[in-house]
Design a protein around this ligand. Structure first.
Ligand code: NAG
Ligand code: NAG
Ligand code: NAG
Length: 257
């Protein structure tokens, strides 16, 4: 994800994600700077392919943003989880994390973890410590919904005072970050089911966002999409959330081949 533009405001973020399907969540502006926890529950379908990043973005009220989410991997390899933050000031000494984010300032964390296809997980980004100087520690973890247990820590970093707390809203992107087509190959088949994100305030109040809008659903990036003159990346709402469906035109195209 090219996020060099992400430093200024949400209106810039809209531009930065223009090439992927995105779902934007409705914020409640009265919660800006009061959020200490973000939950995103998801389920990645059974197709074992590489190249997608289903990232959910959160943003700090006075500063920058960060995002986290799963990246599926092929059969025989371990699935992946990421967790990052952008801008000057954040730091980490967690073993899963390193300095810099997408080539710019920030912190990136990642872990190979065998999350399973077709299962529900909840990823959590939460303030887990804070100091009198206004700095906050943020921990990214994954819960297995079947047991309710935290199964892995993706990473952990600190933000200085000028990052404040989080806002509500944000977005989830459906990014095909890696695709080298061979011949007439269409994009890999992969599905992400996302549930409406939940944010929690310092006083324990919970707010659940719903859809504001989908964007980027008009990309004709592969032969399947071009043949059908429709995007091969579908997005729609379901009760409680939404679906990103990649490669939904593949079988139709292959039949005609
Ligand atoms: C935020 O504060 C840190 C020091 O704590 C500083 O390095 C950084 O430049 C500040 N960020 C901005 C955008 O002012
Ligand atoms: C995942 O969660 C959804 C919504 O709560 C539920 O309808 C579905 O049955 C769950 N799927 C699995 C595999 O547990
Ligand atoms: C493709 O679809 C767009 C609208 O989605 C339409 O404007 C355009 O004419 C179509 N192109 C062809 C070749 O059918």
């Amino acid at each position: 994800m090219k996020l060099s533009n992400l430093l200024v405001s949400l209106s810039v973020i809209v531009g930065a994600f223009a090439n992927s399907p995105n779902i934007y969540f409705k914020p409640d502006y009265s919660l800006d700077g009061k959020v200490v926890k973000v939950l995103q529950k998801w389920n990645v379908g059974g197709d074992k392919v590489e190249g997608y990043y289903y990232g959910t973005l959160f943003y700090f009220a006075t500063q920058d943003a960060g995002y986290f989410g799963p990246q599926p991997r092929k059969e025989g390899t371990t699935n992946h989880l990421t967790y990052s933050v952008f801008g000057y000031g954040p730091y980490s000494d967690h073993p899963n994390c390193y300095k810099s984010a997408d080539g710019g300032p920030g912190v990136s964390c990642a872990v190979e973890f065998p999350w399973e296809y077709g299962k529900n997980y909840t990823q959590v980004m939460e303030r887990t410590a804070h100091n009198e100087d206004g700095s906050n520690r943020w921990t990214g973890t994954l819960i297995d919904d079947a047991t309710g247990e935290t199964v892995v820590t993706i990473g952990e970093y600190w933000t200085p005072k000028n990052y404040s707390l989080l806002s509500s809203g944000g977005l989830t992107f459906n990014e095909l970050y890696w695709f080298t087509p061979k011949g007439n190959e269409c994009i890999p088949i992969s599905t992400y089911v996302g549930f409406w994100p939940e944010v929690t305030l310092e006083d324990g109040t919970v707010f659940t966002s719903t859809i504001n809008t989908f964007t980027g659903l008009d990309q004709l990036i592969d032969p399947c999409g071009k043949a059908a003159n429709k995007s091969n990346q579908l997005a729609y709402e379901i009760p409680g959330g939404f679906v990103f469906q990649n490669g939904w035109l593949n079988s139709e195209y292959e039949e005609k081949d």
